[in-house]
Design a protein around this ligand. Structure first.
Ligand code: ZN
Length: 418
């Protein structure tokens, strides 16, 4: 029979608020109930879990769910802890010493598993600028992991970005977004391309944005030298995401608002923010967060291979990066010294948000889970704790330190064994 697990006693962050002494029931790979421990549990999502016992069924003996229930029942008392949805990362290049750009399943799985242990249960694999044929090969390899359910899709960052804002991307490999080249990469991903970051002011930029939007691929503005006006045009053409807002784009100036203002003020845009304390000052992060609101902010890691590792030297696509005190910078060549992605994991981004940035737990949860899930079009399966959704969740202690991670009903990090 299918194992049914009751996680009880925790503060549970539900879509409509926090429940003290809440309970999440997991059956197989799904959540079958989430709500207050003793009261009626949250109803199932329409059309889901209809073949299972009615939610609340297990409440026949309220308060005893964790007292060694019989049969396939199991309880885990998580008093003093938080249960939040598993994190969703739209932008991550690697971790655990491995990089998605290597284009091998082994390296990709190392990166995936590293971030999973830090609470990211859903992620895109982000590439960096490379030769078009190389990128096409990487995409083909990564697409298999998408088909296997290990990844939620592929995010191409470059090569169609501005030479003035290339950051850690190899300048010699940059190119204007010729729609035929854009199409080539999207096709190489065999239906698994979910997002592409490009500079819309380059020749072919707007046409490429339209092509991506028409193909169901998120067009993201980033690594751009665009003006305020040109960014508005890119939004009209179908842009829906701002790649790490503020980083690798012109600053917000009082007489030249640039892309930042255009992207922040438009309700159609979701803005990525890197909350590692290096990429953004907490005051700037707060301004952007409060202007856009949690429904339009996606916290990302932009992590490279050194995430989850010690300081040292790591590859980032064709470049080499030196990590010192957790900050990654390009070690040599024309872009030496540029910040090269982060070593962030989303559990740290969570902790910073609530302990340093002064954000509320609920809005932080939303920016880490529900909003990126909505952007990816998978909010019916992941991104919140509701009956019928995948049992993807994170257990945090009272100091917001990660204590447990469950993905699709299986513990990645067990709260008791940690
Ligand atoms: Zn990136």
């Amino acid at each position: 029979m299918v194992q049914r697990t009751h996680l009880t006693g925790a503060r549970v962050v539900l879509p409509d608020g926090v429940v003290d002494n809440g309970r999440v029931t997991v059956e197989g790979t799904r959540i079958t109930a989430a709500g207050p421990a003793a009261g009626p549990t949250a109803g199932p999502v329409a059309g889901s879990a209809s073949d299972r016992p009615a939610p609340g069924h297990a409440d026949a003996a309220p308060g005893h769910a964790d007292a060694a229930p019989g049969g396939g029942e199991r309880g885990l008392d998580l008093a003093g802890h938080w249960i939040v949805p598993g994190f969703v990362d739209l932008h991550v290049h690697g971790g655990g010493g491995a990089s998605f750009s290597a284009g091998t399943p082994e390296e990709a799985l190392t990166a995936i598993r590293t971030h999973r242990r830090h609470g990211t249960t859903t992620m895109l694999a982000s590439t960096v600028t490379g030769d078009l044929d190389d990128l096409a090969r990487q995409a083909a390899a990564l697409s298999e992991l998408v088909e296997q359910g290990e990844l939620a899709g592929i995010h191409f960052e470059g090569p169609f970005i501005s030479p003035h804002r290339c950051g850690a991307h190899q300048p010699s490999l940059l190119r204007a977004p010729d729609p035929a080249d854009v199409r080539k990469l999207v096709d190489a991903a065999r239906g698994t391309a979910r997002m592409m970051t490009l500079a819309p002011e380059l020749p072919g930029g707007l046409e490429s944005v339209r092509l991506l939007a028409d193909s169901g691929v998120l067009a993201a503005v980033g690594h751009t030298d665009s003006t305020y006006e040109a960014t508005l045009e890119a939004i009209e053409a179908g842009t829906t995401v701002a790649t790490h807002l503020f980083n690798a784009m012109p600053s917000l100036l009082h007489r030249a608002p640039g892309p930042v203002a255009a992207l922040l003020e438009d309700e159609r845009i979701t803005v990525e923010l890197i909350n590692d304390g290096t990429h953004l000052h907490p005051a700037v992060l707060g301004l952007a967060f409060h202007r856009a609101g949690a429904a339009r902010v996606a916290f990302i890691t932009d992590a490279m291979g050194a995430a989850g590792m010690n300081d040292g030297r790591y590859p980032l696509g064709p470049m080499e990066v030196e990590v010192k005190d957790g900050v990654a910078r390009i070690s040599d060549g024309p872009t030496a010294g540029s910040i090269a992605g982060s070593t962030l994991t989303l559990d740290r981004a969570f902790r910073r948000a609530v302990t340093i940035d002064g954000l509320g737990v609920e809005e932080t949860v939303r920016a880490l889970s529900a909003t990126p899930a909505r952007v990816l079009g998978i909010a019916d399966r992941v991104g919140s704790l509701e009956a019928g959704k995948d049992a993807d969740l994170v257990v945090l202690d009272g100091d917001f330190q990660l204590r447990g991670v469950m993905r699709r009903g299986a513990w990645v990090v067990h709260p008791e064994l940690r």
